[in-house]
Design a protein around this ligand. Structure first.
Ligand code: ADP
Ligand code: MG
Length: 472
């Protein structure tokens, strides 16, 4: 027999509080996840719930950490009710639910069940700067001719921070090409190999804001100290320093002090530092004393590799021809590739359908609009025909007269004319400097073959299909 002793309660006891105090909130979140797993389709659960981490769970509120902003918006809109209901049903009347993006600062507003401010660091890995995004590692950074040098330089810096020829290191290039990723990868790598190293990572905006607020609060000394104690200083997007004289001054001093002590400084920028206007010359000459490396948009093969990696890490099973299709149309930034994968997942998991070609096209169309084919070049057509005919792109534009190569060349010429409307002489130039009569001959030949040849029809049809959004 079991006896239960009930004390007369003199004070109101919050049962929820008791529950969560007795059960570690991590365990409680695990229980919540197990329950959600039972209630939601596996696909949905794996996509949206596996990557979440709990930072806080209690009556005062629940805070979950998610990998990126899009993720945050998506789960907030589609699943917050599910989550809240489940937590409630399991016995904790949590008041609200909040999502924070990993790597972003989160200020403790709530208190935990003991009435103490929640210590988020306890759940994060010790020693790791809060702003360091743990998913941006070298391992996850796909290398291609466009970023190889930048990656090698970043790795070198992580191996021996402060070595003179790589100090400072500036990684520059267009939006969404992996500069921030590399910057964080340096931090992550160093933390991993020498955990004692003091890493300070901030965007130049944060640096500026910290500086301004230190002026307001009269504690500029503390500001300086927080940056100058760094063994490795990582500053993202220095273009924001342009025209901010006083902040530049501060940065100059921080820079000098660290540099003289042999500390490593790494910066990113959206263009070559020398091309930035509104930066003091002495700052520019400091930057020039180290190494500047650029990142370029990824080529076709690298885009494929990136898409495959992103699909895999997001648990998305994407057929190769769909990957090719996306790679063909999205060329300018890795961020675009990544968010397309996430959007696909989102669509598929919301509608609970498998990902098929129409869905891929729909998602791309949402991103690019109808004008999608305007973005196609002769090179894309040549690459696509090369894939479909098992002939190398180089051969298509080269001198060989072998039958299968000549055919692939003719088909490519025909498609450049049909899909891009290029002039015959321009087409000739794309094909190793052939003249316009050769291009005309190829067009006529293909037109004729299409009347009877099934293989020609299949290849031409497939390329047109891939590049045309009219069929949507
Ligand atoms: P930038 O700072 O140059 O604007 P980011 O570093 O923020 O670009 O990259 C945008 C997104 O693309 C990030 O999620 C990043 O992880 C991803 N990304 C960029 N380059 C690569 C790469 N080479 N391999 C894998 N992911 C990449
Ligand atoms: Mg960036």
């Amino acid at each position: 027999m079991q006896f239960i002793c009930v004390h007369k309660l003199t004070e109101r006891v919050d049962v929820d509080n008791l529950l969560i105090t007795f059960m570690n909130y991590l365990d409680f979140w695990k229980k919540t996840k197990d329950e959600l797993k039972k209630r939601l389709p596996a696909h949905t659960f794996d996509t949206w719930f596996e990557p979440m981490e709990v930072l806080e769970l209690g009556v005062a509120g629940t805070v979950l950490q998610v990998p990126n902003q899009f993720f945050s918006e998506w789960v907030d809109t589609h699943y917050s009710k599910h989550i809240l209901n489940t937590i409630n049903e399991l016995g904790v009347k949590t008041k609200n639910l909040k999502f924070v993006v990993s790597g972003e600062e989160f200020k403790a507003e709530n208190v935990n069940t003991n009435g103490q401010p929640v210590d988020y660091k306890a759940t994060a890995r010790q020693n790791r700067p809060r702003h360091l995004n743990s998913s941006y590692t070298f391992k996850r950074f796909i290398e291609g001719p466009n970023n190889q040098f930048a990656k090698a330089a970043a790795q070198k810096v992580s191996d021996s921070p402060g070595s003179q020829s790589f100090n400072p290191l500036v990684v520059y290039g267009g939006v969404g090409l992996g500069k921030t990723h590399l910057l964080h990868a340096i931090g992550n790598e160093i933390i991993e190999t020498s955990p004692g190293t003091k890493i300070v990572i901030a965007s130049s905006e944060k640096f500026t804001l910290d500086f301004i607020s230190s002026i307001q609060k009269n504690n500029t000394a503390q500001f300086s100290q927080s940056y100058r104690k760094a063994d490795v200083l990582l500053i993202d997007d220095i273009q924001f320093f342009q025209k901010k004289e006083q902040t530049q001054e501060q940065f100059f001093h921080t820079f000098n002090e660290l540099y003289q002590l042999g500390k490593q400084i790494v910066m990113t920028a959206d263009r070559y530092p020398g091309e930035m206007s509104g930066l003091q010359d002495r700052l520019l000459s400091r930057f020039a004393s180290g190494l500047s490396v650029d990142v370029q948009p990824p080529n076709y093969e690298t885009r494929i590799a990136i898409l495959m990696e992103k699909a895999e890490t997001n648990g998305l099973d994407l057929a190769y021809d769909m990957i090719e299709f996306i790679a063909m149309h999205l060329k300018n930034s890795v961020r675009e590739l990544e968010s397309t994968i996430i959007r696909l997942l989102a669509h598929a998991s919301l509608a609970q359908v498998d990902i098929d070609f129409p869905l891929v096209k729909k998602v791309l169309k949402e991103r690019l609009g109808d004008g999608i084919s305007a973005d196609i070049s002769a090179e894309d057509i040549i690459n696509r025909v090369a894939d479909l005919t098992n002939v190398r792109s180089d051969d298509i534009v080269g001198p060989s007269r072998r039958k299968e190569i000549a055919e692939a060349r003719q088909i490519s010429v025909y498609l450049c004319r049909e899909l891009l409307g290029l002039s015959l002489s321009t087409i000739g130039m794309h094909f190793g400097g052939r003249d316009h009569t050769t291009a005309l001959h190829a067009c006529n030949k293909v037109r004729n073959s299409l009347k009877s040849d099934k293989r020609f029809n299949r290849i031409v049809g497939k390329v047109k299909d891939d590049f045309s959004f009219a069929i949507l």
